[in-house]
Design a protein around this ligand. Structure first.
Ligand SMILES: [Zn+2]
Length: 215
């Protein structure tokens, strides 16, 4: 039985793997942005200093299928230069998302250049083909390890949150050294701090100290 040239090409160049990516929470894109934190301080802290921490973050947070992560891990060992490229594309996306959501949080205009970064990654992300009801996610198929495939769930959550931004309270932590981004889901919409046990308490302690000094 003969195999046509075109079907051979399909198999060798586009071996698609069908997997499930868990439907992301809306705030996943902000979690990704917050992998660089203390953004208001002279030296911010960055969790994504190399490719392995990016894979670690994806494994812990993104709901991306293990098969894709394992392929990415294997490929990063045989092609370290490609892993470097993937990391720098991921960082460019993260910084574009940071500028967009920080602007949304402070009522500043969202820049077209940042939309271009997000839209070109979205265009290459695996499409959400159908609901995988048993797994609570989206069935997708991908044929190669790429930044948009790895970050598909981040991209979907970013697109959903950008579209819904006028109906959500996107905030930046009031600690000017922190500047963590979050969605304020408090009843009265007055949450100011990323986390009361750190930034909020620090601010309270500072005010207390100031009052004592003035007294
Ligand atoms: Zn904070």
């Amino acid at each position: 039985m003969g195999v046509s040239y075109s079907s051979l090409m399909t198999v060798s160049r586009h071996q698609a793997v069908t997997t499930v990516i868990v439907a992301p929470p809306e705030g996943l894109c902000l979690d990704f942005v917050n992998t660089r934190y203390w953004r208001g301080s002279p030296v911010p802290t960055d969790e994504l200093t190399s490719f392995p921490p990016l894979l670690g973050w994806l494994k812990a947070k993104s709901g991306v299928d293990e098969t894709l992560l394992k392929s990415a891990d294997a490929q990063s060992k045989t092609e370290p230069a490609k892993a470097e490229d993937l990391l720098s594309e991921a960082i460019s996306l993260r910084e574009a998302l940071h500028r967009l959501f920080a602007a949304a949080a402070t009522d500043r205009p969202l820049l077209a250049a940042d939309f271009i970064v997000v839209n070109s990654a979205l265009a290459e992300a695996p499409p959400r083909r159908k609901l995988a009801s048993a797994d609570g996610g989206w069935e997708v198929s991908w044929s190669s390890v790429s930044m948009p495939a790895l970050l598909a769930s981040v991209l979907w959550s970013a697109a959903d949150l950008l579209l819904a931004r006028n109906d959500r309270r996107i905030r930046q932590c009031a600690n000017e050294k922190c500047r963590f981004l979050f969605i304020d889901e408090s009843k009265n919409g007055t949450r100011r701090w990323c986390d009361m046990s750190s930034c909020g308490n620090r601010a309270k302690a500072r005010r207390h100290l100031l009052k004592k000094k003035q007294a």
